[in-house]
Structure formats: C-alpha cells, structure tokens
Write a protein that binds this ligand. Sequence first.
Ligand code: ADP
Length: 281
Amino acid sequence: MAKHWAEPVTTALRADGLRVSEIDPSATPGFTGDKQLGKQLLSERGAVLSDLQERLFADGRTGGKRSVLLVLQGMDTAGKGGIVRHVIGSVDPQGVDHASFGVPTEEEKQHDFLWRIHKRLPAHGQIGVFDRSHYEDVLVVRVHNLVPQAEWEQRYDLINTFEREVADAGTTIVKVAMFVSLDEQKRRLRERLERPDKHWKFNPSDITERGYWPEYQKAYQAILERTNTDYAPWYVVPADSKWYARLAVTELLIDALNRLELDWPTADFDVDEQLRRLDES
Ligand code: ADP
C-alpha cells in the first residue's frame, strides 16, 4: 500500500454498491495526510509513475503487447484537464496518447458510437487517456434524449463487450468518474467568467447543464451499476480538492502499472562484448 494511505486506493475508490447521491465531493477517501502533504506526494509519486511508464514503453518497443487506458469522465470543471496536465504531464509525452471526445462530427455521426473510440485505443506500450469517452453516449445522450431510449439502453451491454475485448487484447482499463459539488462547480465557473485568461474555457451551456444535475446523477448511477466490471472497473474520485483528485489518479495508474509486473527488457546483444567494443572505439 502507498505511504499515507489507510487502505489501497483501489479499495477506497472502487465504485461497488455506491450511491451517486451519497458521494461527498469534498472527501479524501483513504488518504491520511493533508493538502500540503498531498501536494508534496504528488511530485514524489509522479516520479514513480514516470519510471513505470518508461518500463511500459520499453516493453512495447521490444514486442510487448500491453497498454493502459485511463478513461476520464466528469461534469464540466471536475478537473479532467488538470489530471491530464498534472498527472499525465509527469510522464514522457512520447508514451502518452491523449484523445478528447466532444460533440460527434458529421463523419462520426455516420458510424456507430464506438467507431471513433476504437480508432483512438492506445498502441502497445502506450498510456492512452480518454478525456470524455464512449460514456458520453450514455450520459449527455441519455440526459438530453439525443437518441431514443431503446437505443441508449443497448449501449451498456455493447460497452461491456467492447471493453472486454480491449482488456483481452492486453489493455488495462482504469475508469475514473470525477465528482465536483455544485457549489465548487459554481466557484470554478465564476472564476472562468471573472478571469479573462479563463474565458476560453467557459461555455454558456456549462450553466445550463447544472440544471440537469439530478438527471446526470441517474445517468452516472446507471454506468456505475451496469458497466463496473472486473476487467474495466470504475473508480469514483471526489474532485472538490484538486490535489486529492490528482494524487488519487496517480495512485490508480501506479497500481495498474505495478500489476503488469514490468521488467526492463533484457538486452538482445552481449553487453560485455559491446562494452569491449566501445572501449576500443
Ligand atoms: P470540454 O467541455 O471537456 O472542455 P468540449 O468543449 O470539446 O470539451 O465539450 C465537449 C462536449 O461534447 C461536452 O458538452 C460533451 O457532453 C459533448 N459530447 C461528448 N460526446 C458526445 C456525444 N457522443 N454526443 C453528444 N455530445 C457529446
């Protein structure tokens, strides 16, 4: 177990049996330290994550077929972008494949909802990051009835089948649902409005969506109940404290990479012979 955690992060955040309406977004489950320690640990643990990521990359370069996929879901301002910058930002960019999924393009609309997702799955040795994902097709789509219920109802099973195939092909899937409180979200949206350097992040529809929070809660509850599998588990990350959310996701990725038990690839050349050659050169 990681230092300063009362229980493994995977246990503290596992979504099994959780009621979305009972999530406390200001909580810091499992962590025994405070903000100062959390921030300090983030850089320490980021270095551990970086080392593990390099092993994964090296494994991919030498024929390994493993990869990791981090799926990030959360309401606006929940901090998905901060995870990308501060957690994923601590590893070598050449080992990361970042994909964000917005309103489907005309071309994407011509295909089934998993088409654009398939195309962005991480290659061997990569950490893929989905900033929003196929879950939008049972979240925003469900809340706003963008397709008939009969269609989105089928998607939970389709998603499970899809994720099973992805996992069987060697990808460790880590799904993170970030929850920010309505109060904290209001504060973050106000900041976006009050600071000219943040206007670009603001979208008037973010305020509209706040009114749909009860419907979103139902939609989140459904994904946590219907797509929380052993091969692609959901983790629920309270996100009012940015430092906690970042530390928690760092630990989830460390855990996923540790479970791969990656060794450095063995040399396919005689090291002593090459040292001799080097000395002579
Ligand atoms: P963000 O809000 O994450 O910074 P964007 O400004 O690109 O990124 O917004 C993404 C928007 O696209 C969100 O409002 C999201 O709900 C919407 N979206 C994503 N996937 C779908 C989908 N499959 N159908 C409809 N809307 C979607």
